[in-house]
Design a protein around this ligand. Structure first.
Ligand SMILES: Nc1ncnc2c1ncn2[C@@H]1O[C@H](COP(=O)(O)OP(=O)(O)OP(=O)(O)O)[C@@H](O)[C@H]1O
Length: 436
């Protein structure tokens, strides 16, 4: 009746309780495996065989770290977190985010490991449930978030923890580091994914505009209000409200925002009716909110409301290991439907050395530009924008300064201008490099 493929041959040593466990797991829709305390895979259910099984890589009787990571030693000896070790200590479940080798290539996989205890309380086996993470890709992808560096994985793991809850999320990161993409991923991984995601760019909105955009207005509320207009809070009903650049909300509006978040109610501009809001809040900023709070530029009560679950998004220079993956993804996106674009190794190396103050957005723009010059479909060094002098990644910048100093005939002020940095920065860098 099940129509499922039979369980694979299991080692004869399986005890009766473990055998019952295996047949129980067979009816689970998620991929699951049973492991012994020595990391050996004893059995796998059909869902696992469908998603992760491969004729080229047998798994029964093999070590989990060998199958999933191609490691020769357990994960904690290869620089990763081993959930088995923690589950053994806790004698309870442990969940981690790993990158696994799969028949499709590397994938972000959430691993939950549970120890199975016998009547005497001894651990007899472990059950591992694997959930493929959607919305973030560890291999080149034509859409969404891509990344697999430790810094990126940390932010992704935090996102996976918070997304299913109703807690507000605060995304902290430099411009172009992916805050909006992360906000989308929070929404899409939450149980509000079927509802709307409403993005509000708080920068550049005056007080009055902010209020009428957010809360809407009644007909005749102000000159030009010819009809009633619903606000973005109303549009976000049942979904997620993403307040981008929340650090730019004027002080006078911060108190209205606080009231909205605290009471869950609001009024349209010019209206008397109290409306009930129903949204999950995600906010983002590149500004130092704590410092602004200390200076009285950001309300403390609002800060504590929105910062329940902060996620720091790494700047691109802290995840240079992802540059090749991002480049590959953007070239696929740019070349979709037309010709295939590739990049020469030295051009890629050049991109990997850059500091990228504009982060992923700047990298994407550099490639967009470069492809217009790549007549034969290969992006080469000469197609890339020249790195601003003194602004590359640390080693070349240091080199640029040391090289410029003896040959530069002008004053220090002129040298600073030539390098595109302030005189103060120049002095600081000279001092740091012992060149002063
Ligand atoms: N991890 C990532 N994978 C793929 N693309 C990314 C990633 N991070 C950012 N991008 C791309 O970089 C660009 C900038 O990202 P995004 O708009 O999310 O940044 P931001 O931090 O919100 O920027 P800003 O603060 O300027 O609004 C977008 O085109 C986005 O698709």
């Amino acid at each position: 009746m099940t129509g499922r493929p039979p369980l694979p041959a299991t080692p004869p040593a399986l005890s009766a309780p473990i055998q019952s466990l295996v047949s129980f797991l067979e009816h689970e829709p998620d991929p699951m495996i049973v492991l012994d305390a020595d990391h050996n895979i004893l059995a796998a259910n059909s869902a696992y065989q469908r998603q992760f099984g491969s004729a080229l890589q047998p798994f029964i009787g093999h070590k989990c770290y060998k199958v999933s990571h191609h490691h020769e030693v357990p994960c904690d000896q290869a620089g990763e977190h081993c959930p088995m070790r923690k589950a053994r200590q806790l004698r309870g479940p442990e969940r981690v985010l790993h990158i696994h080798h799969t028949p499709r290539g590397p994938e972000h996989v959430e691993v939950e490991l549970r120890p199975i205890l016998d009547a005497a309380g001894a651990i007899t086996a472990y059950v591992e449930r694997l959930t493929t993470v959607r919305g973030a890709s560890a291999r080149p992808s034509e859409e969404g978030l891509v990344g697999r560096s430790p810094a990126f994985n940390l932010a992704l793991a935090a996102l996976r923890r918070v997304a299913p809850s109703t807690l507000p999320v605060l995304l902290l990161g430099e411009s172009g580091s992916g805050k909006e993409l992360f906000a989308r991923a929070v929404h899409e991984t939450s149980d509000r994914a079927g509802g709307p995601l409403v993005v509000v760019d708080c920068s550049g909105l005056t007080e009055t505009l902010f209020e009428s955009e957010l809360f809407g207005h009644e007909k005749g509320a102000f000159t030009g209000a010819a009809a009633r207009k619903p606000g973005l809070v109303e549009t976000a009903q049942g979904g997620t409200l993403f307040l981008d650049e929340i650090g730019d909300v004027p002080l006078a509006m911060q108190v209205k925002l606080l009231r909205l978040i605290e009471s869950g109610t609001y009024r349209r501009v010019g209206g008397v009716e109290t409306l009930h809001a129903n949204f999950r809040l995600v906010a983002a900023t590149h500004k130092p909110l704590e410092k602004m709070m200390a200076e009285g530029r950001f309300r403390q009560d609002l800060y504590y409301r929105i910062s329940v679950f902060p996620i720091a998004l790494p700047p691109l220079r802290e995840r240079a290991g992802d540059i090749a993956l991002l480049v590959d993804s953007f070239l696929r996106r740019a070349g979709a439907g037309t010709r295939k674009l590739t990049i020469a190794p030295d051009a890629l190396a050049q991109l990997q050395r850059r500091a990228w103050p504009g982060n992923v957005r700047e990298l994407r723009n550099a490639l967009e530009r470069a492809r217009l010059f790549a007549d034969d479909g290969v992006i080469r060094s000469e197609h890339l924008p020249a790195a601003p002098l003194g602004q590359g990644a640390a080693p070349p910048a240091a080199g640029a300064l040391a090289a410029a100093l003896p040959t530069f005939g002008g004053t220090r002020g002129e040298l600073a201008a030539h390098l595109g940095i302030s005189e103060r920065t120049l002095y600081r860098r000279l001092k740091a490099q012992g060149l002063d």
